[in-house]
Every structure is written in C-alpha cells, then in structure tokens.
Design a protein around this ligand. Structure first.
Ligand SMILES: [Zn+2]
Ligand SMILES: [Zn+2]
Length: 338
C-alpha cells in the first residue's frame, strides 16, 4: 500500500509499505479520508526524517477485525479513530484519555505509530467510534483532531449565547473554533494575519474579523465590546504575542483557553489573570467519549462543517497538499480516498 512520510525540511514522500493485518484487539481501516493538521507542519518543516506514515485524523471503513473486538463494531462500519493508544487500563485510559497515559502512548500518525495518510491503517479496535450517517468521511476526519480540539476547548469554557468569543488564529483549528462558537450561540471575533483565512472566518459566521498585522487586536476588540473586552477567548496559533493578547483582551471574570502549540510567552499575571479574576484552561484534543459528543453536536446543530474544508487531495497529490497547507492560506485540507 501507499503511505506518506516526511524525509525532513519541508518534503513529503509517497512510499510503499506492506499491507497491515489485524491481530487480536486490532482493526484495519480502509482509509476514506485523512486530515492535515497543524501539528503535522511542525514535523514536516523540521530536519528529522519520519519513517512512520503521517496523518493523525483517520476516518474510514473497517476492513479487518482481529479477535477480541468490542461487540458494537463490525466489518464495513464507517468509523473515526481516536488516534492514541495508552496502556488501556489506568485511570486516564479508562476515562478515554489514552493520550494522557502515564505509561506513555502511541500516537497514530504522530510519529510513534503509522498514520492515515495511506491506503490502510492498523489501530486498536477499542479506539474506534462509529461515524454518524449524516457526516461525510472528510467531516469525520476534521472532527477527529483539529475541529474537535477547538470544540472541546470551548466546551470547557461553557460557551453560550451570553458570550462574546475572540478566536486567535484562523487556521483549521481556529476556523473550527469560530464555527463551533457560533453554533453554540456566541458572538465571535476572529483574529488572524492572513486575509484568505479571515474571509473564511466570515463565511463560517464570524461577526467581526481583525487583521492583527494591520491593527492592535486588543484595542480593536475593546472597541467592538464597548471598552470591556470579550468574555471568552481561545488561542489556536501558538504565537507568543497572541498568547499574551488572548488574556489582555478579556474583560473581568473572563475565561481563556490555550490549544495552539508554540514557544514560551510572557504573561502579566497580575494585570491579566489575578486582578482580572480570569480563568485559564489548557486543552489537548479530547477523550474518546468527547469525540462522540462532538460528532453529535455537529449532527444536531447542522453547523456547516463542510464549509471548513477548502482543499481536497488524492493521496498521490501528497507533495502538493503539504506544500499548499504549509503556505498557511488554506482552510482545512483533507486527503480523500476512493
Ligand atoms: Zn492534530
Ligand atoms: Zn494508561
């Protein structure tokens, strides 16, 4: 089968791998969609080669099931994979947070296990979640990391129609934050430096967009909120300045959630946390049960998840796909397999 690896320094390569087969407790998925996610770019840009197949947003159909599979799944089922494997029995694993297993974890498509930018992927059968009939494979792929991550951060902050939410960064995760916060009923202010991404944010329902290269986003947010600032903010870019601004733009009692990966930032804890009585959350993807909750949210609200996906590629277009995604002008990019 084909699989995409990163030889290092902004290269992608399609290589041949043996077809996987399911042993006890394992499943082979025929991959139908595999999303490109921001964390892929860190490894794509880096100098070190990855021998493992990339792609940590797997969505497909069960092709093979080894003995010991949960009785709720069968061959041919449409599924999303919660793309981690921990020990499977500790407290965090039992909660469905296998990524937080103290004994370590495999991340499928994240460097420690083969991922979904391939014809097939081998995963633990317990990692699978049924894909709702109303969601497409590509929507399932988006939910399985980037979109779900944004959604779950907003859930932690209990976002509702009483909130004004500022989302910093409008890449695929931030754009998902904009879409999700709107669907939760909030007003949304989207912040980015790329006009194409701000245009997409508008399309996804942002009430206001701010180009932080052109204006100070904190001042602009205060102007839009009667001088008060927002009630909720979410940081998806990982940029050190944005990591400061996302707290500065909060009004008293505001809530802020960090999901974007990046370098250290200087925070004025007196001004922006203590005297503001702010609440700060960190969020890293979601549990397996939250993955089901996120799916149900998009089915129930009919929030236009498909609008988020701006670029679709065949696996043979992997080189072009990563080059375009690295250009940071796209919305969600997804490999779609026949
Ligand atoms: Zn991801
Ligand atoms: Zn564990």
């Amino acid at each position: 089968m084909r699989g995409v690896t990163f030889p290092g320094n902004r290269q992608a390569e399609i290589r041949e791998f043996p077809d996987p087969h399911a042993g006890p407790g394992e499943a082979v998925l025929k991959v139908r969609a595999s999303g490109l996610c921001g964390t892929d770019l860190h490894r794509y840009r880096g100098p070190d080669p990855t021998d493992m197949i990339t792609g940590h947003e797997p969505c497909g159909v069960i092709e093979e099931l080894g003995p010991g599979a949960p009785p709720g799944i069968k061959l041919g089922d449409r599924v999303i994979c919660h793309h981690y494997a921990g020990c499977g029995v500790c407290e965090n694993c039992a909660m469905g947070y296998e990524q937080l297993c103290p004994q370590g974890r495999i991340t499928f498509g994240g460097g420690t296990g083969h991922g979904a930018n391939a014809d097939y992927i081998l995963v633990p059968s317990r990692s699978l979640v049924l894909l709702d009939d109303e969601l497409s494979f590509e929507e399932g792929a988006a939910i399985s990391c980037g979109t779900g991550t944004a959604w779950n951060g907003l859930k932690k902050m209990d976002v509702s129609g009483r909130d004004i939410v500022a989302v910093f960064g409008q890449g695929p995760v931030g754009a998902s934050g904009t879409l999700s916060a709107k669907a939760m009923g909030a007003q949304v202010i989207a912040v980015d430096i790329v006009p194409e991404r701000l245009a997409l944010a508008k399309e996804l329902g942002a009430d206001h967009v701010i180009n932080s290269l052109e204006v100070d986003p904190v001042e602009a947010i205060r102007e839009l909120t009667g001088g008060l600032g927002v009630t909720v903010s979410q940081e998806t870019s990982g940029n050190p300045t944005a990591r400061q601004q996302v707290l500065e733009c909060l009004r008293p009692f505001g809530r802020c959630c960090y999901v974007g990966i990046g370098g250290p930032a200087e925070i004025d804890f007196n001004r922006d946390v203590i005297f503001k009585v702010a609440t700060i959350f960190g969020s890293w993807t979601f549990s397996k049960s939250e993955l089901i909750e996120i799916e149900r949210f998009f089915v129930d609200t009919k929030a236009p998840l498909n609008k988020l996906i701006t670029h679709r590629y065949s696996l043979d277009q992997a080189v072009e796909a990563f080059k375009e995604f690295d250009g940071a002008k796209t919305g969600k990019c997804v490999f779609v397999m026949e």
